[in-house]
Design a protein around this ligand. Sequence first.
Ligand SMILES: Cc1ncc(COP(=O)(O)O)c(C=O)c1O
Length: 356
Amino acid sequence: MNSIKLYNPGPINVSDDTYQAMSNAMIGHRGSDFVNLYSDIHPKLQKLFGTTSPVYLSTSSAWGVMEASVRNLSSKKVLNCCNGAFSDKWLDVSKRCGLEAESLSSEWGSPIDPNELDEKLSTGHFDLVTLVHNETSTGVMNPLKEISQVVAKYDDISLVVDTVSSFSVVPINTDELGIDVVLTGSQKALALPPGLALFTVSEKALKKAESTPNRGYYFDFLEFHKNWEKMMTPSTPCISLIYGLQHQLNKIFDEGLDARFQRHEELNKMVHDWVSKNGFNHFAPEGYRSKSLTCVANNREIDVAAWIKRMRDKHSLIINGGYGKIKGTTFRISNMGDESVDSINQMLEAITDTLS
Ligand SMILES: Cc1ncc(COP(=O)(O)O)c(C=O)c1O
């Protein structure tokens, strides 16, 4: 069905069988058909999120829930961990919501330092930390376990983690790590079209939301929870996408979580091998490299835009030419979703063929 294959890090390729599942007949969202649909997917989502807390469905892109998290959980000051385009923007979003906010910054391409985080939090100024687990712009995967261990030392500080481009690629153990909010979006590794965000909120954070003013309506965590108790959503959800999600979840659990994580690891390694074989460097340091995408430093100084045009024209596929301030000096290749050894091999052959 797709005419151009997408190897940019999201939106990614959606399989024909998923489009088919999304064309199921429409149902009402206030009746038993929707309750049955949500009830069917919910335990699978809890497993993927590594939680026994509710998993909510938001008809929005991920930014909706990213904004909601700061609005629902901060009445003192937000500490936004910033080391790439998405995490930097979260600081701006916190401020635009009228909140006090400060950044803990690392250079683009470097991970967040848990010791520096500890130092900041020990000032007593903050009640919320935001972290982008996998910075899609730089290909850096932040040390989630170490960071959550630091935040866990502070009883009154909540931790919100964006797993937009790592969810279902690597295990996310929300409860074990004591994370308050984990959120993701449909258009990355879940291999669905954009428009659905998924998130979980701890009981402690939900309690905190009760006393936070100005939560609004559309993204009020308490509205999500009240409706979740009936296996419904606050407003009319994107039902077709949820059908697609049901289908993808069945595929994910048929494959098995360990096998899925292993497959992503293997496909990611194929891209890494291509990087070294073709004389490129990684933008992210060893030990902190994403498993879902590879951000490649353009040390050969090739014309990335012209290269992508060639691969699009000749092979009907694209990678991404870098994001934000590192556009052109980096490029990014995704290995998320339903990809296989064969499809990644074909993509690597096509991008090699058009490289020179
Ligand atoms: C890590 C990360 N966070 C947040 C977003 C924003 O997601 P959306 O555009 O779906 O709101 C993206 C999008 O690429 C992302 O990669």
